[in-house]
Each structure stands twice: as structure tokens, then as C-alpha cells.
Design a protein around this ligand. Structure first.
Ligand SMILES: Cc1ncc(COP(=O)(O)O)c(C=O)c1O
Length: 402
């Protein structure tokens, strides 16, 4: 008997497939494995006391608001706190210019919904955040890739690509990108904003990692810098998130965009989840109001800085010239390339499988490219592994590389 399914999927699903990385994650259950594969912050760093106090306050002081339906744009006291948070980072944003989203992931989805028609071109970095690739493709975007080096996206190439493709928008992660870890230089940031104005092109800045710097603060965000480049703010979208600095489970992100785009995004959010959890928003608002964020940031920066240093040192010592990478100055990732020196492996996927046999996991870099994947690349996260285990894990990597 043939089974006839009543489920007929939308054509848009033909544009995406489950990621290759998911398949690899299935192998991570092996006991004793050291995982550099995830993209999560370390749960041991969550400020449980601070969040607990903030949520108790939210329930005691405004139970009606914290447990009731709320405005799609976001809970006003949180919008005010986020506006102050952005001001502390040099960006002037009125609470009304900012919409709270369910993680910055939802901001990306709303951008896809409001801006992308099937066949539209969008420029993204190569490599870029995997979920962005999937999300924009779901809406039918044709993705054009922009090369990235240690100083971030190649801006000369960006200009050529804008002229050639007239994209709907350009999506960038200028500060400690996932997976590139790269930090775009101040000069390049300025140039991006100038290009936005010259070519009347919308730029999306995704910035979940900008606060996670290890030494000196990075150059100002595109949003902060836009005050110095007339006409650029009107062509800029900025997505922020509390996920990597406080807790991804809160699902609190935000989007700042020109008023017409923000209005349409709010309309689409209305049909999507009505609003971000009011309880989570009220908790986040109380957390920020209590002034705990600077201390939390200091703590997470210090821990990740130590781990990044330990991983970089161990990789240099144990894998030598078989691996090339730029030591990250912030974020959660080391992005590296197998050079093939000494006749060693140059395929990130094959290396990932051999590494799992040795008891260490990471993700191959190829899936992070929307086009022309560089199969020699890999992404290693140092975020959730202590320094000793990092050294042990890198030792296992060296063994797997042979
Ligand atoms: C570059 C980038 N953007 C957005 C997100 C989504 O984060 P969230 O939805 O938790 O704010 C992530 C998470 O890994 C990311 O790496």
C-alpha cells in the first residue's frame, strides 16, 4: 500500500537543507569528548544570582506587565535600558528607534521577511553565520560572498560587488564575526559607511560579540560611527543581543533600523510571535537597571581572554605551521586554515572526523560559506572549555593531524 502524505511543503523549503554541521553534532555524544564545536557561551558564567534577583523584581514590582501580553515593539522600560546600554557604547539611539526581538536571530528573520523577494541578491561575508545563510535563502535570496581577512571584510571588493550586483542589502558581522573571529579595522568601517551613502545601499550590522573583547575595546560599531558619516545612519540596520554576554535562554535581542523598515518589521513580528516574552524583557530591564552589566562583561571578557590565549598558544606550539590563524582579539572563535605544511591534512571535514576518533570535536569551515567553500578551514570555539582541557584538546588535535 502506498502511503499518501497530506503534507505538501512550501516551495521555499527547496532553498535550504539541514546543515552538515548538525550531522557532526550527532557524533558529539561520545564520552570524554572535548568539544570546541559549539557556538554557545559558557553556562558556568551566567550571572544566576543577578538574573534571579531581576526576575523576582519583575514579578514583585510589575507582575501585570511581566506576565501579560505586551507591545510588539518591546517593553518600554527595556527599550529605555537598551538605549542607555547603546549610549554606553557610543551610539545615540532613542528608545523608539529600537525594537526588542526574540534573540537577534529574529531580527535577521524579520529582515529576510521584509526585504527579500525570491531572486534578490544579498551580499554576505565568506564565511558568515550559518543560520543567516539558511534564513536568507529560505526567503529566496541569491547570496553573493565577500572575502574576509584578519581586518574584516574586503571593502574594495565590496564596492565592486555592490556595483556589479546592486544587492538588496549587505550583511556584515564587523566585530569578532562568527565564524571568522575577525575585527574590522576603523578605516574599513568608515569605508563601508561611505559606500552605503555613495551607492545608496542598505548595510546590516550584526553585533552579538562586540562586547566580548579581550584587550583594548574594538573600533566603534558601524552604528556608533555612522554619526560621523552623514547620510549613513539612514542606510544602516544594527542588530544586538544579550545572548553572548548574559544568557541566550532569555532570547532578548534588538534591532535598530530606519523608521520605514522598523515599522514593517514590527508589522511582521506581530504576525510572528506578537512580542518577545514580557517576562524575559522585564527581567532583562531590571538586570540592566541594577547596573550589573559592567561587572558581568568584565568577568566574561577575562575568562574568554584566558581561554583564547591558551588555545592560540597551544595551537601554535602543537600544530605549528600546519595551521594558520589570526589570534582573536574577542568573541568566541578561532578561525583557522589547514595549510598542508609537512604533507598534513588539508580537508577540514576529513580532519573533523579523525579528530572525533581522537576525542576532540570542532566544526569544519566549509558550511559557513554561502558559495565557493574553502574546505581547508575550521572553526574552534574556546568558550566552554577550561584552560587545561583546551591544552589537552589541542594535543588530541595534533595527534589527529598526524
Ligand atoms: C553572528 C550571529 N548573529 C546572531 C546570532 C543569534 O543570536 P541570538 O538569536 O541568540 O541573539 C548568533 C548566534 O550564534 C550569531 O553568531
Amino acid at each position: 500500500m502506498t502511503e499518501v502524505s497530506a503534507v505538501r511543503f512550501a516551495d521555499r523549503l527547496n532553498n535550504v537543507e539541514t546543515s552538515a554541521i548538525r550531522e557532526l553534532f550527532k557524533l558529539l555524544g561520545k564520552p570524554g569528548i572535548i568539544s570546541f564545536a559549539g557556538g554557545f557561551p559558557d553556562a558556568a558564567l551566567f550571572d544566576v544570582n543577578g538574573i534571579s534577583e531581576a526576575s523576582a523584581r519583575a514579578l514583585q514590582e510589575e507582575p501585570g506587565a511581566a506576565l501579560q501580553y505586551g507591545a510588539t515593539e518591546g517593553y518600554q522600560p527595556l527599550r529605555e535600558q537598551l538605549s542607555a546600554f547603546m549610549a554606553s557604547k557610543g551610539a545615540t539611539v532613542a528608545p523608539e528607534q529600537l525594537v526588542v526581538t526574540t534573540g537577534s536571530q529574529q531580527a535577521l528573520d524579520l529582515l529576510g521577511k521584509t526585504l527579500i523577494s525570491p531572486g534578490d541578491k544579498v551580499i554576505v561575508e565568506g564565511p558568515t553565520f550559518l543560520a543567516t545563510i539558511q534564513c536568507f535563502r529560505l526567503y529566496g535570496a541569491e547570496l553573493i560572498t565577500l572575502p574576509v581577512d584578519g581586518e574584516g571584510a574586503d571593502v574594495d571588493r565590496l564596492e565592486q560587488l555592490i556595483v556589479e550586483h546592486r544587492p538588496k542589502f549587505v550583511y556584515l558581522i564587523p566585530t569578532f564575526g562568527n565564524p571568522s573571529g575577525a575585527m574590522m579595522s576603523l578605516e574599513r568601517r568608515r569605508r563601508v559607511l561611505e559606500l552605503a551613502v555613495q551607492h545608496n545601499t542598505l548595510i546590516v550590522e550584526d553585533d552579538p560579540y562586540g562586547d566580548l573583547y579581550f584587550g583594548d575595546a574594538p573600533p566603534p560599531s558601524l552604528l556608533a560611527l555612522s554619526a560621523q558619516v552623514p547620510g549613513s545612519r539612514e542606510r544602516l540596520v544594527h542588530c544586538g543581543s544579550l545572548s553572548k554576554v548574559l544568557s541566550p535562554g532569555l532570547r532578548v535581542g534588538w534591532m535598530i533600523a530606519p523608521p520605514d523598515l522598523l515599522g514593517k518589521a514590527v508589522m511582521c513580528k506581530q504576525f510572528s510571535d506578537a512580542h518577545t516574552s514580557t517576562f524575559a524583557q522585564a527581567t532583562a530591564a531590571h538586570y540592566l537597571k541594577a547596573g550589573r552589566m559592567p561587572g558581568t562583561l568584565q568577568q566574561v571578557r577575562q575568562v574568554y581572554a584566558e581561554r583564547a590565549q591558551a588555545m592560540g598558544d597551544a595551537l601554535r606550539q602543537q600544530l605549528g605551521d600546519a595551521l594558520s590563524f589570526v589570534q582573536p582579539q574577542g568573541g568566541l572563535f578561532v578561525w583557522a586554515r589547514l595549510t598542508g605544511a609537512g604533507g598534513k591534512e588539508t580537508d577540514g571535514n576529513a580532519f573533523a572526523r579523525r579528530a572525533i576518533d581522537e576525542g576532540v570535536a570542532f566544526v569544519p569551515g566549509a558550511p559557513f560559506f554561502a558559495r565557493d567553500p574553502d574546505v581547508a578551514t575550521i572553526r574552534l570555539s574556546f568558550a566552554t572549555v577550561g584552560v587545561d582541557r583546551i591544552r589537552e584538546g589541542v594535543g588530541r588535535l595534533a595527534k589527529a593531524l598526524g
